[in-house]
Design a protein. Structure first.
Length: 430
């Protein structure tokens, strides 16, 4: 009897496991070419998508309405007609900065319930090199009773979604692909090639593709850490960091990184996946972990600088009213995952300040559930001893000097983490 082979493109039916920032754009894109089922454990999310509402704002209502052969479900049984499963669940870290693979393990257990001979399972979640075949494949084998690369096959194609970026979207970002056998690698590459206009890059193996993903954000993390450290130095020297970077940026090969908070689901998390694996094989990373420590320290540093400026103006910090503008991890995006603005808020509260948080992009319910933060919608006049802009949302960048002053008491401090406020009203910046 001939061994099962991966399905052809003509017979492919796609199941997307996880409908967040990564999975939903995938489901919509694939539905234009293949029958597609989007699966998520969150029934509220399924109901919203069926009503053409995406709270992540990655996919518009019109795109959902015009999607091809696409259905949404929270029932595992509805995945049985699929023969290609794409896992796009979060891979966070725990409180000890170790990889938390529980969502990935849970998704693998879900797929194993419906896995059939000839099926292909493709992982998009960011992991350390080797995780797909060391962690996920054994689960698929054990719970399905099928044999890897004999009965079913696997691939890895790392996600490259940039939340809030409506210029660089799924079809226009080159996709790295890989497969567990040469035939599977060809199939996975062709599958993504059907929806990715920017083209694909077929890696030689699954571990190579996993490593390529995890170093993309590790590289950015280290570079931002360098600029953050330069900002700390220039601050002590009394030099404007942004002016220095603008001057240095006139050279063609100077990299245009900026200082700031490093959060989100990728840059502030992925390096820990790589360092975990490195330490597992006996190597202690130096530069990567040093960069992580520095970036994780920036929230408390910013809060301390704010407090110093207030003391210089003879503003009593204990019981001072401070407004923090922005809570999401990046501008013009509702994503609250791993936002480091919470570090600033916690540190200011440790000094005894009373902190209000305003962010037009944030879901107040999610802010309360994730971080215990109560958002304010209306900004009171002449109320604050300090205003700290933490996230460069377009609404904040458009604020005039007069509007900012209206929020403040006669003697107040305005601190701009992101260098977007009118310079004439800013007392300090990173």
């Amino acid at each position: 009897m001939a061994q099962p082979a991966p399905p052809s493109l003509e017979t492919s039916s796609i199941g997307i496991i996880g409908l967040g920032y990564v999975g939903l754009p995938l489901a919509v894109a694939f539905s234009g070419r293949f029958p597609t089922t989007g699966f998520d454990l969150n029934q509220k999310r399924i109901t919203q998508l069926e009503e053409h509402l995406d709270t992540t704002q990655e996919v518009s209502s019109e795109e959902l309405q015009q999607a091809g052969e696409l259905s949404f479900t929270s029932r595992v049984a509805d995945l049985t007609a699929c023969n290609v499963y794409i896992v796009a669940v979060p891979t966070p870290i725990d409180d000890n900065k170790n990889p938390d693979l529980s969502p990935l393990i849970g998704a693998s257990q879900t797929v194993a319930q419906v896995l059939k001979p000839g099926d292909v399972v493709i992982y998009e979640s960011t992991v350390y090199p080797g995780a797909t075949e060391e962690v996920c494949i054994p689960i698929l084998e054990q719970e399905s009773g099928l044999v890897y690369n004999q009965d079913f096959f696997a691939g890895y194609s790392p996600e490259r979604i940039n939340p809030g970026d409506h210029e660089h979207r799924l079809p226009t970002i080159m996709k790295v692909t890989s497969g567990s056998t040469p035939q599977t690698a060809d199939f996975v590459d062709a599958l993504y090639g059907a929806i990715i206009t920017a083209g694909t890059f077929k890696a030689s193996s699954i571990p190579v593709a996993e490593a390529a993903k995890v170093i993309e954000n590790t590289q950015r993390d280290v570079n931002i850490a360098l600029i953050n450290e330069l900002a700390l130095i220039f601050n002590r020297l009394g030099i404007d960091t942004l002016e220095v970077l603008e001057a240095a940026g006139t050279k063609w090969n100077f990299l245009p990184f900026r200082p700031g908070l490093v959060g989100g689901h990728c840059i502030g998390v992925d390096p820990y996946y790589l360092t975990h694996k490195a330490q597992e094989v006996g190597y202690h990373p130096e530069m990567i972990l040093a960069g992580r420590r520095l970036n994780d320290h920036m929230g408390s540093y910013i809060a301390a600088e704010m407090v110093k400026l207030m003391l210089k103006k003879r503003i009593h910090v204990a019981d001072a009213r401070i407004l923090v503008l922005g809570l999401t991890f990046k501008e013009n995006c509702p994503d609250l995952r791993n936002t480091r603005v919470v570090d600033i808020i916690a540190e200011l509260e440790n000094y005894g300040a009373r902190v209000d948080v305003h962010d037009p992009w944030t879901d107040p319910e999610e802010a309360g559930q994730r971080y215990g933060i109560s958002m304010i919608e209306k900004l009171p006049q002449a109320h604050y001893d300090g205003v700290l802009l933490a996230v460069a949302h377009a609404q904040f960048a458009a604020m005039s000097a007069d509007r900012l002053r209206q929020l403040c008491k006669e003697r107040a401090v305005i601190y701009d983490v992101k260098h977007v406020l009118p310079r004439e009203v800013v007392d300090g910046s990173l």
